[in-house]
Write a protein that binds this ligand. Structure first.
Ligand code: GLA
Length: 390
């Protein structure tokens, strides 16, 4: 849908619900990780890209301290008072909005009530950070409504993450909120999750990033994500016996790890090895993409996928079918599991001229084996969250 059409649709729905037109429009993008599964909470690296699928929030300020929030994507909505922010069991998606308001308010930021309507083009539960985009767009609107917040963007990211960790109860790392805030048009970001800094990275002109969505929804508040985190932490605790002072897997080289690997419980060793190798692959892929070294791009993405499947064990059967379809597609240079895993998307690097043939092929083959209609589409690197002048 074109931007103007989308605006007209959201405006009309807004006026129908609230009786007046919105005066402020904010957007926050989704993201895809080009390399770096589960490295963020290990204080490692991620090559990440904000994408041109985003969440909009149309807003009209209110005179009282209420937030009234509805969505064109989700059922229900509701109203809450900023003096008494509670969880909502009936429409859990509103907890991302409530959680952001609570996180910023607890830190002393003044909040302003508003009527708001959400519209998102980020598929929900696909591993493209629809949750983080909802948090970041809410915080962007609140920040601009108050007009007088002075906030460092990294603190802004951290508070959005806190909303998800503490209010929603999903113990995610910082990747999603960071990408949605700091994204840049035309570039991916090489993010250092320890220092919370990034540099922009480039890609060959004739390659496109293609999302191949299995349409199998993941449920991240389930136990698997927390279990993986705990196994990495256990690895660090045990390794600290040999290497005093280490606090995260980021601190270990592969050589150091290999020397003591046999002393770890087998599963813990596999999880840690994956993270340590994946961290190195992030740095290597950033280099390979900017130098257009296709053999290296292929080898690194293969390594990431194999590790996600065999060592970190986050690959679902649907993703295996998807990878078969993707890797036999025309113009594909490399592909891997994206996001947290357990369904969701794979991400492929595909020659621009072949993208149409590639999406056709993947759509047909994946459907013929799974009977599920996938979503396969190229994405562009998009700017991070902000206000929109429409
Ligand atoms: C989810 C989390 C992120 C990150 C990824 C896996 O998207 O929200 O913090 O851990 O999984 O890389």
């Amino acid at each position: 849908m074109k931007r103007q059409q989308r605006k007209a649709m959201v405006s009309e729905a807004f006026e129908k619900r609230f009786g007046r037109a919105p005066t402020l429009w904010a957007q926050a993008p989704g993201r895809v990780d080009l390399m770096g599964n589960h490295t963020d909470y290990n204080e490692g690296y991620v090559l990440t890209m904000a994408i041109d699928r985003n969440t909009w929030l149309a807003v009209l300020p209110r005179d009282d301290r209420k937030i009234v929030i509805f969505s064109l994507n989700f059922e229900g909505g509701g109203e809450f008072d900023l003096n008494d922010i509670r969880h909502d069991e009936s429409f859990p998606w509103t907890n991302y909005v409530r959680g952001v308001a609570a996180a910023f308010q607890d830190e002393g930021f003044r909040l302003h009530g508003f009527d708001g309507l959400i519209h998102s083009t980020i598929p929900f539960g696909s591993g493209l950070s629809s949750s983080a985009a909802l948090e970041v767009v809410t915080a962007t609107a609140l920040k601009n409504l108050a007009a007088n917040w002075e906030i460092d963007p990294v603190r802004f990211v951290r508070l959005c993450q806190r909303a998800e960790n503490e209010f929603v109860g999903m113990n995610c790392g910082v990747l999603d909120q960071y990408s949605s805030t700091f994204g840049e048009a035309g570039h991916s970001l090489l993010l250092d999750c320890r220092n919370l800094t990034h540099r922009t990275a480039s890609m060959p002109e004739d390659l496109l990033v293609v999302i191949c969505d299995t349409r199998i929804e993941r449920e991240l508040t389930g136990s698997e994500y927390g279990e993986r985190r705990a196994q990495c932490e256990e690895g660090v605790r045990r390794m600290a016996g040999f290497y005093p002072g280490i606090t995260h897997l980021r601190d270990l080289t592969l050589e150091q790890f290999i020397e003591q690997e046999a002393l770890l419980p087998e599963v813990v060793a596999r999880r840690c090895r994956f993270i340590i190798e994946e961290n190195q692959r992030v740095l290597d892929l950033a280099r390979a993409l900017s130098a257009d070294e296709r053999t290296a791009i292929r080898a690194l993405t293969e390594g990431s996928y194999a590790g996600a499947r065999d060592l970190y064990e986050i690959v679902s059967p649907a993703t295996e079918h998807m990878m078969k379809a993707v890797l036999s597609g025309p113009g594909v240079v490399g592909a891997r599991q994206a996001g947290a895993g357990f369904g969701g998307c794979t991400v492929a690097f595909v020659e621009r001229d072949e993208v149409e043939a590639f999406t056709d092929h993947v759509g047909r083959l994946y459907f013929s084996t799974t009977k599920i209609e996938p979503e396969v589409y190229p994405v562009q690197a998009a700017p991070g969250a902000g206000l929109m002048r429409l």
